[in-house]
Design a binder for this molecule. Structure first.
Ligand code: PLP
Length: 357
């Protein structure tokens, strides 16, 4: 089985094997990892090591906090403006698709003004919006989605926002593509693509940006989470443990540069096939294509449905496109092996030969 889901997504086989092995008794404690106290030394070691490994993998500078949250990527659409939009109460947004729009909607709900600085909605988001004419010092930050999970675009170089802070929703290419942490004031990422279990959300934030707003709800207060080492309340122990295993696996594989190399190789195999095909089209313009989410279509919705069903029959699961885009989408996160993409391309080739005249 190869699982091309956009998330929750496939996890590395060795991580699943380790979880199985650890389940009856974690580290000879006689308790499974689901049963250990978050105040125990066992768990402190887990969360400290996960943070250490993440810092090493991403070369996170010392003046950035690593925070473990719950509530998914979506809760961060609220938490980020509450903590960071404290001077102008106004942010800039590059509208690159559904998740950028959602970030803007939630910021408005907490009374932050949102200026859409550019949008590619009229192009059905088949390319990225470019930043132009940013008037300095009028926004608390500019929000971008580094990888657009649904539309299949990704920034390979981030927009230059000058003195204005850049906030990146990196949920769907976190640890799968290299970025410079220092280019961002804050990065957030849901875990369910490249880091394991849904619900857990990572926030990497520069220390001078937090602690400026008094009396925030405790669960939404970055400063409080930083002070409490992400353990203000009971953290998602199992999800943090699983993320720790994924990070260890990533280090063994050669880190983020190696993941990016593999993701480029995997996605090129698929894009090259799609571009040469007479039946399939990859709608995103070439320089903006995502390494991790590849949408593609035929001209016939019935044929798409047939293809998705036949793919599932041969173990190529979850290639149905998002309802807003239609067609198909293959998500090729870090844990998807090259062989899975080869199998998909062979299947698409055979399908084209059978059904295309
Ligand atoms: N941002 C991006 C880029 C996403 O792909 C997703 C979910 O797929 C989210 C945010 C929302 O994450 P969650 O469902 O964890 O709230």
């Amino acid at each position: 089985i190869y699982n091309f889901s956009a998330g929750p997504a496939t996890m590395p086989d060795p991580v699943i094997a380790q979880i199985k092995q650890d389940l009856p008794s974690y580290n000879d404690s006689g308790m499974s990892v689901m049963e250990i106290s978050h105040r125990s030394e066992l768990f402190e070691d887990i969360i400290d090591q996960a943070e250490k490994d993440l810092r090493e993998l991403l070369a996170i500078p010392d003046n950035y906090h690593v925070l473990f949250f719950q509530g998914g990527g979506t809760l961060q659409f609220t938490t980020i403006p509450l903590n960071l939009a404290n001077k102008y109460h106004r942010i800039g947004l590059l509208d690159s698709g559904h998740w950028a729009e959602r970030a803007g909607d939630e910021a408005k709900r907490v009374n932050v003004k949102v200026d859409v600085l550019n949008s590619t909605k009229a192009d059905h988001y088949t390319k990225l919006p470019i930043l132009k004419d940013l008037t300095q010092d009028t926004y608390d930050y500019v929000h971008i989605t580094t990888n657009n999970t649904i539309e299949g675009t990704a920034y390979s170089t981030v927009p230059d926002t000058g003195a204005t802070e850049l906030v990146g929703d990196m949920s769907s290419n976190f640890l799968g593509q290299q970025y410079n942490i220092k280019d961002f004031g804050l990065i957030m990422a849901g875990a369910q693509k490249n880091l394991g279990i849904a619900g857990l959300t990572l926030v990497i934030v520069r220390d001078d940006l937090i602690g400026k707003v008094k009396n925030l709800p405790s669960m939404l207060d970055y400063q409080l989470f930083a002070q409490k080492n992400s353990m203000f309340n009971t953290p998602p122990v199992f999800a943090i443990y699983a993320a720790g295993l994924v990070l260890k696996w990533l280090k063994q594989q050669g880190g983020v540069p190696e993941m990016e190399r593999r993701n480029r190789k995997k996605s090129s195999l698929l894009y090259d096939f799609l571009d040469a095909s007479k039946l399939f089209t990859a709608p995103v313009q070439k320089p903006d294509r995502s390494l991790t989410n590849v949408p593609f279509v035929t001209k016939d919705a019935d044929l798409d449905a047939k293809l998705i069903a036949e793919a599932a029959d041969v173990g190529l699961l979850n290639i149905k496109g998002h309802r807003s885009v239609g067609g198909m989408r293959a998500s090729l996160y870090n844990a998807m092996p090259y062989e899975g993409v080869e199998k998909l391309v062979n299947f698409l080739d055979k399908f084209e030969k059978n059904y295309w005249r």
